[in-house]
Write a new protein. Structure first.
Length: 132
């Protein structure tokens, strides 16, 4: 039963959409999972999609799934490329992972933003949007 599963609160794990500059001088955007914990995360499953409205209605993107087998402590991993066309959508990332035998799960949502509303992401040394 769902009520019998102990799901502890997720802390020190973030999702970011960050901008890099390619060799042509053009912007490239990627989503990252950031592990600020002092322990590694195992079997990190990230399920991502975006929708026009916060409640999931309106236009939607396809759902993508990614597996990161091991994410060392104090590190990050690139999840997927992000098309700037979805910056006006609510970008949702469901992240599940194990620490030892304990399962953790959290939903992250990056609300609509523009390329001009960026903040520094210290863990990546880039600018973008980040949620905890």
């Amino acid at each position: 039963m769902k009520k019998d599963i102990d799901m502890p609160t997720v802390t020190d794990v973030k999702i970011a959409v960050a901008k890099t500059i390619d060799e042509k001088g053009e912007s490239d955007w990627y989503a990252y999972v950031i592990n600020n914990k002092s322990t590694a995360l195992n079997n990190v499953m990230v399920v991502s999609n975006a929708s026009e409205n916060e409640d999931g209605t309106g236009r939607k993107t396809s759902t993508l799934r990614h597996l990161i087998e091991d994410l060392p402590s104090l590190s990050s991993a690139k999840i997927e490329r992000v098309d700037p066309a979805v910056f006006g959508f609510y970008n949702t990332f469901w992240v599940s992972f194990y620490i030892g035998r304990q399962l953790f799960d959290k939903k992250y949502c990056i609300p609509p933003f523009s390329e001009w509303e960026l903040e520094p992401i210290n863990e990546l040394g880039m600018e973008g949007k980040v949620v905890e």
